[in-house]
Design a protein. Structure first.
Length: 128
């Protein structure tokens, strides 16, 4: 989506969006207000969008190695004692994928396999 402008997007107020840049640097963006520029507003176009709030990040560490920051949140993971579990890229692949890259399933635990979900993890806001 290189070259996409905010004016090209269909934006819903209050909806969480993901902004990705620098290959894999992800940020959550929420639009709280959209309006036309007024005569009393700043007329310098590069001053927009106006940042109203910038949350302090609090990132979780990987549940397996405890060293790297988590990139994945896994729900219904039979490999973990917590639900959800947080993993870095390396540990997630080591514990959940075979040599070809296919997900390893435990057929003895069919109920957990049905609830298994992997989502990208960004960060938690401080104070939550």
């Amino acid at each position: 989506m290189t070259g996409v402008r905010i004016s090209d997007l269909n934006i819903r107020l209050g909806q969480h969006y993901q902004y990705c840049h620098a290959i894999d640097d992800r940020h959550v963006v929420i639009f709280s207000e959209i309006r036309f520029v007024h005569d009393q507003d700043i007329q310098y176009i590069k001053a927009f969008p106006v940042v109203l709030y910038l949350a302090t990040e609090r990132r979780k560490k990987c549940a397996a190695c405890g060293f790297a920051y988590a990139n994945w949140v896994v729900y219904g993971d039979y490999m973990s004692v917590t639900n959800p579990a947080f993993y870095c890229d390396v540990c997630h692949d080591l514990f959940h994928k075979d040599a070809v890259g296919n997900r390893i399933k435990d057929d003895r635990i069919e109920k957990l396999n049905a609830h298994y979900r992997v989502l990208p993890y960004f960060h938690d806001e401080a104070g939550e």
